[in-house]
Write a protein that binds this ligand. Structure first.
Ligand SMILES: Cc1cc2nc3c(=O)[nH]c(=O)nc-3n(C[C@H](O)[C@H](O)[C@H](O)COP(=O)(O)O)c2cc1C
Length: 194
């Protein structure tokens, strides 16, 4: 049996879903702090008083940590930052930005070196695996996908471009960022070259 579904209308979210595309060519222009704020809220922002977030999480274990390599954001010093969802704030971890090193660690995907920011989604697997055992691993990977899609959709809504980059040397990225968690996805974001 085939059931005809009603037509989807051009509400804003549907339009954004249509327009979402992976973008790998960026203009060398800065982002604003406003744009960064929206992107990070989408990635892992807190949406209620229990600490629940924009992203679904198995058992609300929230294994992800969001880092940002800031190369060029108006009103923000360059460097490596960590997003603190509970305060919707940034923690400045390092004064040096590493976009070129990240591009090299990602098998020479040099568009990463051009983008004004790269969001790095990392995970502390223990938070979820300690609750769900082996199955927790797949839950963490699912959650990264939820967060990445939110970033994609928000970037599209802001008329910015991004791409999920999964091809990189884990150890290299860990060393560059000086982090304990496992980096799972890099998402350079910038203004699109038309
Ligand atoms: C897990 C994952 C890893 C990816 N890794 C890369 C990558 O390393 N480099 C890249 O340029 N694109 C990467 N992509 C983007 C895909 O190439 C892209 O999503 C696909 O070509 C479909 O195009 P669209 O996103 O514009 O619909 C990745 C996508 C996913 C979901």
């Amino acid at each position: 049996m085939k059931i005809e579904l009603p037509e989807v209308h051009e509400i804003d979210l549907v339009k954004v879903m249509y327009e979402r595309r992976s973008v790998r060519e960026f203009l060398g222009e800065p982002l604003t702090l406003h744009e960064l704020s929206y992107l990070l809220f989408a990635a892992y922002g807190v949406t209620d008083e229990r600490g629940f977030k924009t992203v679904p999480s198995a058992g609300a274990t929230y294994p992800l940590e969001i880092y940002i390599n800031v190369k060029d954001v108006i009103g923000l010093d360059e460097g490596i930052y960590k997003y603190i969802p509970e305060e919707h704030a940034l923690l400045w971890l390092s004064e040096e930005e590493h976009s070129k090193e990240l591009a090299l660690a990602a098998l020479h995907q040099m568009f990463i070196a051009v983008a004004p920011i790269t969001i790095i989604i990392a995970a502390d697997f223990y938070r979820t695996v300690s609750v769900y055992g082996e199955r927790g691993y797949r839950y963490v990977y699912m959650e990264v996908g939820h967060s990445a899609q939110n970033i994609y959709l928000m970037a599209t809504r802001l008329n910015l471009g991004t791409v999920s980059v999964g091809a990189f040397y884990d150890d290299e990225v860990k060393r560059i960022l000086n982090i304990e968690e496992e980096p799972l996805l890099l998402m350079p974001v910038g203004r699109k070259k038309e």
